[in-house]
Ligand binder design. Structure first.
Ligand SMILES: Cc1cc2nc3c(=O)[nH]c(=O)nc-3n(C[C@H](O)[C@H](O)[C@H](O)COP(=O)(O)OP(=O)(O)OC[C@H]3O[C@@H](n4cnc5c(N)ncnc54)[C@H](O)[C@@H]3O)c2cc1C
Ligand SMILES: NC(=O)c1ccc[n+]([C@@H]2O[C@H](COP(=O)([O-])OP(=O)(O)OC[C@H]3O[C@@H](n4cnc5c(N)ncnc54)[C@H](O)[C@@H]3O)[C@@H](O)[C@H]2O)c1
Length: 485
């Protein structure tokens, strides 16, 4: 027992489960474990209950994007366009965004936690050896929890920034400032053209900023290459500058909020009034006490199919959500959370002792095989499963079919509709292992592809899933025809 734990011994309590992190993932683990029959489930949260998604990620970012997408959509439909020729009301957009974050107040989520029968403990949690968690409250008092059935790390991730000369000393935006800003900078530099960079470049361009998007790679390089090309084309068409294949080497700023100058590896210097660094995320495990259970501080937590962390003795330490480095998305964190909460309850009853088989109730198979994602740029980019290249790299005998998205439904949706779609087929099994749709309003098309991938529906049977006319879903028919059905 460490010195800090000895001091806190008077406050030591045994409980069923400790969930560290009250974000969307942690809330769901705790709820499922409790519903499964575990009475004393303690949720430990250091900041706002609800985590990144509610306050600085999904909700506010989509709230910034949605009004601009609605306006752009109306302007693409003659007749409606005439009624939509005014200016975007930026103040109203920001106000609505703030309402979606409940003004960064977590009272309603706290109410939900309490109503669900969970115990909320405010403070910073640290592991202190197997099954032990020391929680330090903001006034310095500590509580030691000893978990009978398990400890779950659902601590999320934080921005990861590249080593750029001067960056540490220059105040700049991360996704938190970009999603909570109270005004729009006249000129915004965005470093990183992944999901955060592409979405925020779209939002801020449409809110009136001059935007320059810079990436070492192509835009949205984790997706099919055509998806990123179409998003880059659209951003350029709306007046943003898109610089790909360039790395930033140095940054400087006049004072704390003056002009920012970003130097690129080809010598160019970009100038802006604000800089958003959106170059990926890292697991929030730097100060979690991982070394007290034989793991390395700062590492992503490697999990088995039931969420059990690899490299730790005994069956008590689980992880879910961004901290695992797998599919850092709210819906996938919650999917993993359901499995972990359920398996904790099952194992407390003496059931589910082995690692679960793929696609069985306690398994998180989709985390590795069928991750759906929507990027809310315009065009939207949606994908599930593997890109053609990823499938080839995995040794699958692949055939990819792709086409421009142009069907009666898309023509009706918007004049000049621009879109693209592809299917990645495993030729041995004749099933889909991946799909991508790009275009306005394709987000709702994605779940059909997810069902096809997860269900391993043979193409010959998929042929009988007839898309309604005239909808954008008709692209499914065109894709299957292109395949040769
Ligand atoms: C700008 C942006 C937009 C995004 N948009 C989307 C989207 O549209 N759709 C989507 O699916 N995903 C989106 N994501 C990803 C999504 O936000 C994350 O995948 C999700 O929030 C992860 O949830 P989590 O519960 O694992 O982690 P978090 O939400 O980060 O929650 C972890 C919680 O743990 C707490 N915590 C950490 N360490 C401790 C500790 N030691 N003690 C106590 N508490 C601790 C933190 O305070 C935090 O509340 C977006 C991300 C960003 C950055
Ligand atoms: N709609 C959504 O689902 C949504 C929205 C936002 C974020 N997210 C989640 O958040 C995660 C993090 O997003 P992100 O955009 O921060 O990361 P990301 O991994 O998607 O993209 C990082 C980008 O930074 C670039 N980059 C890295 N180092 C660089 C350097 N030194 N110089 C220039 N460019 C550099 C990369 O080339 C890439 O374009 C995503 O993986 C996603 O899961 C999801």
């Amino acid at each position: 027992m460490s010195e800090s734990t000895q001091q806190a011994a008077a406050d030591e309590r045994e409980v069923d489960v400790v969930v560290i992190g009250g974000g969307s993932t942690g809330e769901n683990v705790a709820d499922r474990a409790h519903r499964g029959g575990l009475e004393q489930v303690v949720l430990v949260e250091d900041e706002l209950v609800g985590g990144e998604c509610s306050y600085w990620a999904c909700m506010p970012s989509k709230a910034l994007l949605r009004p601009t997408a609605a306006l752009a959509a109306a302007r693409r439909v003659p007749g409606a366009a005439a009624a939509a020729d005014g200016e975007l009301d930026v103040a109203a957009v920001l106000t609505r965004r703030t309402s979606f974050t409940s003004d960064w107040d977590d009272s309603s989520q706290v109410q939900w936690v309490e109503g669900a029968g969970l115990e909320l403990l405010r403070g910073r949690a640290r592991l202190d050896g197997p099954r032990r968690v020391v929680v330090t409250a903001s006034d310095g008092t500590t509580t030691t929890l000893v978990a009978r059935h398990g400890v779950v790390a659902a601590v999320g991730s934080t921005p990861s920034e590249p080593p750029i000369d001067g960056l540490d000393g220059v105040p700049h935006w991360t996704s938190r400032e970009a999603t909570s800003a109270t005004s729009v900078p006249p000129r915004l530099l965005v470093l990183g053209a992944g999901v955060v960079g592409s979405e925020m470049a779209t939002a801020y361009r449409r809110l009136g900023a001059e935007v320059t998007l810079v990436a070492g790679s192509a835009v949205l390089s984790a997706f099919e290459p055509r998806a990123g090309e179409l998003v880059a084309d659209a951003l350029r068409a709306e007046g943003a500058e898109v610089v790909t294949g360039s790395r930033a080497t140095a940054v400087e700023r006049d004072g704390d909020d003056g002009e920012v100058r970003l130097t690129l590896d080809d010598g160019r210097v970009l100038v802006g009034d604000e800089l958003l660094v959106a170059t990926g995320r890292k697991p929030r495990t730097g100060d979690l006490g991982l070394e007290t259970v034989g793991l390395e501080a700062g590492q992503a937590l490697d999990i088995d199919a039931s969420g059990l962390v690899a490299g730790v003795d005994g069956r008590w330490f689980y992880a879910a959500g961004d901290v695992t480095g797998l599919a850092p998305l709210t819906h996938m964190g919650k999917y993993a959370a359901r499995a972990v909460g359920d398996v904790l309850a099952a194992r407390a009853r003496g059931e589910a002792t082995d690692e679960p088989a793929p696609w069985t109730p306690y398994a998180t198979t989709a985390l590795r095989q069928a991750v759906p994602q929507v990027v809310f740029t315009d065009p939207e980019v949606t994908s599930v499963g593997m890109t053609a290249q990823q499938a080839r790299d995995a040794g699958i005998d692949v055939r990819a079919v792709e086409l421009d998205l142009s069907v009666a439904g898309s023509a009706l949706q918007a004049d000049g509709y621009t879109g693209w779609a592809s299917l990645v087929v495993d030729e041995d099994r004749h099933v889909l292992v991946g799909a991508t749709f790009v275009g306005q309003d394709v987000a709702e098309l994605l779940h059909s592809a997810t069902v096809a991938v997860v269900g391993e529906v043979p193409l010959e049977r998929l042929w009988h899933a007839v898309p309604s006319y005239p909808t954008i879903s008709e692209v499914w028919l065109r894709l299957l025809e292109s395949y040769g059905l």
